[in-house]
Design a protein around this ligand. Structure first.
Ligand SMILES: *[C@@H]1O[C@H](CO)[C@@H](O)[C@H](O)[C@H]1NC(C)=O
Ligand SMILES: *[C@@H]1O[C@H](CO)[C@@H](O)[C@H](O)[C@H]1NC(C)=O
Ligand SMILES: *[C@@H]1O[C@H](CO)[C@@H](O)[C@H](O)[C@H]1NC(C)=O
Ligand SMILES: *[C@@H]1O[C@H](CO)[C@@H](O)[C@H](O)[C@H]1NC(C)=O
Ligand SMILES: *[C@@H]1O[C@H](CO)[C@@H](O)[C@H](O)[C@H]1NC(C)=O
Ligand SMILES: *[C@@H]1O[C@H](CO)[C@@H](O)[C@H](O)[C@H]1NC(C)=O
Ligand SMILES: *[C@@H]1O[C@H](CO)[C@@H](O)[C@H](O)[C@H]1NC(C)=O
Ligand SMILES: *[C@@H]1O[C@H](CO)[C@@H](O)[C@H](O)[C@H]1NC(C)=O
Ligand SMILES: *[C@@H]1O[C@H](CO)[C@@H](O)[C@H](O)[C@H]1NC(C)=O
Length: 254
């Protein structure tokens, strides 16, 4: 008995407490707004969906009326009483409610949504503020800007530090590529920049490696020519009677 009443009480509370659900959606997306509970069509006087108190859909006498403003953009489901909203635009943001009016009962709000339509996060701009390098270290300062916010970051070859915190922007270094990520609650976009051309250090390393390769190549070539000449000389020495000198390989393969 006690349990039964408790359940009934809780059920009643759940039904009457109006909970506003917050939805953040990306421009162009669609959502379906559902109602709490179900609707008994036989006792129904009217059922109405509205946004900021402006009627979207009005269902009564088993007929649906859609406001001309929303024709073709909304879909009312006559079985579940849910409302489908398609191709949302920024100006569709607002407070969406559904009110059920049944014989013998006060009007009751059965859906309550707050919808924010947000645009795609734009790709941020990433610019070089300064760059310097010494023989063994390098420091590149970058400015990442997305809409009205910006972030300054200093990178050495292995790490990027962020000056200040930002909810919408973040900088990271992956191999030799710096990326700045601009995000909002519904999407993100990023811009990349290569660190190597800005950092003399890595170019010096590259130059040194290139030089070593060239020197190694020349040494190998000279060595090979010498070896071939020595072999040829020995061959000639031993077979001098034949007057036949064979020249073998050149270093054309290098
Ligand atoms: C909608 O109407 C209710 C009462 O009818 C009012 O309290 C509320 O402020 C209105 N909301 C808007 C967005 O006009
Ligand atoms: C409801 O619809 C029926 C038939 O579809 C019609 O006879 C009746 O007059 C309508 N009532 C109202 C209030 O429009
Ligand atoms: C909302 O914006 C769209 C374009 O983004 C426009 O076509 C439409 O008329 C606007 N609606 C209102 C009510 O301002
Ligand atoms: C800074 O970056 C430029 C390329 O934008 C590069 O030519 C220059 O050598 C760099 N300076 C230093 C000190 O790394
Ligand atoms: C890099 O340069 C920036 C600006 O010139 C400076 O604030 C930062 O301390 C430097 N970082 C290092 C590690 O030297
Ligand atoms: C970063 O760039 C933005 C946009 O160009 C500018 O408004 C901001 O002042 C810059 N910040 C710094 C520290 O240079
Ligand atoms: C940037 O603009 C958004 C809305 O366009 C605003 O909510 C935010 O406070 C602004 N941020 C700054 C730092 O001005
Ligand atoms: C960019 O930031 C958003 C939000 O923090 C995150 O979901 C996304 O994975 C990030 N993208 C990259 C490439 O790091
Ligand atoms: C980033 O923005 C560009 C245009 O600004 C767009 O083409 C691209 O699809 C966006 N990327 C993501 C992951 O949203």
């Amino acid at each position: 008995m006690c349990v039964k009443w408790t359940c009934c009480f809780l059920f009643a509370v759940l039904l009457t407490v109006s909970t506003c659900e917050v939805l953040k959606v990306r421009e162009g997306e669609s959502v379906t707004l559902n109602i709490r509970g179900h609707v008994d069509k036989n006792n129904l006087i009217a059922f109405e969906w509205s946004v900021n108190n402006m009627t979207i859909a009005d269902y009564r006498n088993r007929t649906i009326y859609i406001d001309p403003h929303f024709k073709g953009r909304v879909e009312f489901d006559e079985d579940t009483f849910s409302l489908g909203l398609g191709n949302l635009m920024k100006n569709d943001s607002g407070h969406y409610t559904a009110v059920r009016n049944v014989y013998g009962k006060p009007k009751e709000m059965v859906a309550d949504y707050s919808i924010s339509v947000l645009e795609h996060a734009a790709a941020p701009t990433l610019t070089v503020v300064s760059n310097w390098s010494s023989s063994d270290s390098c420091n590149v300062t970058l400015n990442c800007t997305g809409l009205n916010v910006s972030l300054i970051s200093s990178c050495d070859g292995t790490f990027c530090s962020q000056e200040g915190r930002n909810r919408f922007l973040s900088i990271s270094l992956n191999h030799a590529t710096v990326s700045c990520n601009h995000s909002n609650p519904v999407s993100w976009n990023q811009t990349l920049i290569e660190l190597e051309p800005l950092c003399q250090l890595s170019r010096k390393r590259q130059t040194r490696r290139w030089t070593i390769e060239v020197i190694f190549g020349i040494v190998a070539c000279v060595g090979l020519i010498s070896a071939v000449m020595i072999v040829a000389a020995i061959y000639w020495w031993h077979k001098s009677r034949d007057h036949n000198i064979q020249v073998g390989h050149t270093c054309s393969a290098l």
